[in-house]
Design a binder for this molecule. Structure first.
Ligand SMILES: Cc1cc2nc3c(=O)[nH]c(=O)nc-3n(C[C@H](O)[C@H](O)[C@H](O)COP(=O)(O)OP(=O)(O)OC[C@H]3O[C@@H](n4cnc5c(N)ncnc54)[C@H](O)[C@@H]3O)c2cc1C
Ligand SMILES: NC(=O)c1ccc[n+]([C@@H]2O[C@H](COP(=O)([O-])OP(=O)(O)OC[C@H]3O[C@@H](n4cnc5c(N)ncnc54)[C@H](OP(=O)(O)O)[C@@H]3O)[C@@H](O)[C@H]2O)c1
Length: 512
């Protein structure tokens, strides 16, 4: 169960979309916190039982059966409230239902199953009545996803050392002159550009020169420029696959493309160039192909700095995505743009994505437990800086994990400094590959379960950040196990206990 704050009275004359926007806006203005962790939820709550990323799509749809149309649309989303679409799950659904948002492909965690379910729901329901525009997630800053700020790269350094299997960067963005404000817990939205080499490879595969002119949502441009700056040329969307299938002159290729478009065959990790190489007989005109590409979407990064410690700067912890598949190296669009091509003083369009549901407690005496392996440590560096600068006296416990201590101990000296200063009360590290058997953060939770449980009993707020699919699930299960073992609760009571922690905003997750 997830709780939504309603600051407006029931009889206030607003549509659901306007209501959601205003609730977020007022929460931002009043306390800079939509949720004040550790406090009881506001008296008026709406139950959204499908709002749980651990539930399968079918289960979520069943739970939303019979509910309002926009809530059924909401149940089709990935339920992470990650903000990648520019909304929360509920406000994205409301914007679609109200006809203000036409793009059904924005939910990254939900992926193609979400797109397909949204299309089904749209097909079974009469055309939506146009409403007044729903503004995406509430922001107090002037600069937004629609109007980003041209910030500059101030500095970048490697966090992983020689010999690491990973490439992770500490990135400092200069906000000077923007007036942009943020809070620890927020994310930075970042508009990348595509890799010029990939653009040329795709143009070559399509037999296009690149100087052909095409209409884009940003106006007329050359195909090359549109591919570099505005179009998603990596993720094979259903519409692009259908377009390729329609042009295929080879029956086998047509069948395969149709199977991929309908989701009958999985092509996880493949990009468009893989598809073009595998299906050389599928060659639509360049204009047709470009018209079926989605728009290049911004990427979010958890902010790793406190604005009070680093005025006019925002720090990020960026894991560079590179992987081998189909005998080619594949590169993450945004992370490789940052790592390979962004130079000091280069401009980058950015905006702040507030995360009202992932904030430090206003009460500085309240203990805080942070679980952030890998890049998941980012917001916790910001939290620790913030707790220190505010003179918060509450205890802080960080669980960090990564493959090897020698090469992957991000912010080691800073964390040791926080320990030395008494800001960090405990630091437990799980270096998974330093020994024969893997060790993960959840095993350390179990190893120290007595103390973990007693912190929770003292009212600690528990934060989890990082990998959603494996780590956050396992940590979630471990939390239940500890509630059974240390709290002497039955399995059912442990489930209720964890739900109650979340309802009190004492179990907060920022996972991706
Ligand atoms: C709220 C939020 C906060 C975030 N915070 C951070 C952060 O602090 N630091 C950070 O580094 N990232 C963070 N992310 C993730 C970040 O937004 C991007 O998703 C990430 O940087 C990858 O983007 P990209 O453009 O480089 O890769 P993309 O071009 O988007 O490629 C990523 C895709 O590549 C595929 N892929 C990746 N690895 C493999 C593999 N081994 N095999 C097959 N396929 C693979 C997957 O399909 C994956 O979805 C956050 C995300 C959210 C939603
Ligand atoms: N949505 C996206 O596009 C996107 C992009 C980038 C990253 N991500 C996600 O973000 C995650 C963070 O990446 P990262 O490189 O910073 O760190 P990571 O892959 O999460 O690894 C950090 C540590 O967690 C360990 N780990 C692996 N499985 C675990 C589990 N089930 N429970 C607890 N710990 C586990 C790893 O161990 P071992 O590796 O030794 O097993 C490693 O020591 C990635 O795993 C990825 O899923 C998503």
């Amino acid at each position: 169960m997830t709780i939504t704050l309603n600051l407006l009275p029931d009889n206030a004359p607003f549509t659901p979309g306007q209501r959601a926007w205003l609730n977020g806006f007022f929460a931002g203005l009043l306390s800079v916190e939509q949720i004040n962790p550790g406090t009881a939820p506001a008296e008026k709550v709406e139950e959204l039982p499908w709002h749980d990323p651990n539930l399968a799509l079918d289960e979520r749809m069943k739970l939303a059966d019979g509910r309002k149309y926009e809530l059924r649309l909401m149940a089709a989303m990935g339920q992470m409230d990650c903000g990648q679409c520019g909304y929360m799950c509920k406000t994205y659904a409301e914007a679609i239902a109200g006809g203000d948002e036409k793009d059904l492909t924005l939910c990254v965690p939900g992926g193609k199953p979400t797109v397909r379910k949204l299309k089904d729901l749209m097909a079974e329901t009469p055309a939506p009545v146009a409403r007044k525009p729903v503004t995406p997630a509430a922001v107090v800053n002037v600069y937004t996803r629609k109007i980003p700020f041209a910030a500059k790269l101030k500095d970048m350094a490697r966090l992983t050392l020689e010999g690491s299997v990973k490439d992770v960067r500490h990135v400092i963005i200069d906000l000077a002159g923007s007036g942009i404000t943020y809070e620890p817990g927020d994310s930075l939205g970042f508009f990348p550009r595509n890799c010029p080499r990939l653009v040329e490879d795709i143009l070559r595969a399509l037999g296009a020169a690149g100087d052909e002119h095409v209409a884009t949502p940003r106006g007329e441009s050359s195909v090359r420029q549109a591919m570099l700056e505005w179009l998603d040329i990596t993720k094979p969307g259903d519409e692009t696959l259908e377009c390729l299938a329609a042009s295929a002159t080879d029956a086998d290729e047509k069948t395969r493309l149709k199977r991929w478009a309908s989701g009958d065959e999985d092509i996880e990790g493949w990009d468009l160039l893989d598809i073009l190489h595998t299906c050389p007989a599928a060659r639509p005109s360049i204009g047709e192909f470009v018209s079926r590409l989605g728009q290049l979407q911004p990427r979010l990064f958890s902010i790793a700095s406190s604005p009070r410690v680093h005025p006019d700067e925002v720090h990020l912890t960026v894991g560079v995505v590179r992987y081998e598949l189909n005998e080619r190296q594949h590169k993450g669009v945004a992370s490789c743009f940052i790592a390979d091509r962004l130079q000091r003083n280069d401009q980058v369009p950015i905006y702040i994505q507030p995360n009202y549901g992932f904030r430090l407690p206003l009460d500085g005496d309240r203990p805080v437990i942070m679980i952030g392996p890998g890049t998941g440590v980012a917001p916790f560096r910001a939290f620790l800086e913030e707790r220190k600068v505010r003179g918060a006296r509450g205890k802080n416990w960080l669980f960090f994990g990564n493959p090897h201590s020698a090469t992957d101990f991000f912010y080691r000296d800073e964390l040791r400094g926080f320990l030395h200063d008494g800001i960090l009360t405990r630091l437990d590290t799980a270096f998974s590959r330093d020994q024969r058997d893997k060790i993960y953060v959840q095993q350390l939770m179990l190893q120290h379960s007595q103390e973990f449980w007693s912190w929770l009993q003292e009212g600690a707020v528990l934060y989890v950040c990082g990998d959603a699919t494996r780590m956050a699930r396992d940590v979630h299960e471990m939390l239940h196990r500890i509630a059974v073992q240390r709290g002497m609760l039955s399995e059912g009571a442990a489930v209720d206990y964890v739900k109650q922690l979340a309802a009190e905003s004492r179990y907060l997750r920022d996972v991706y």
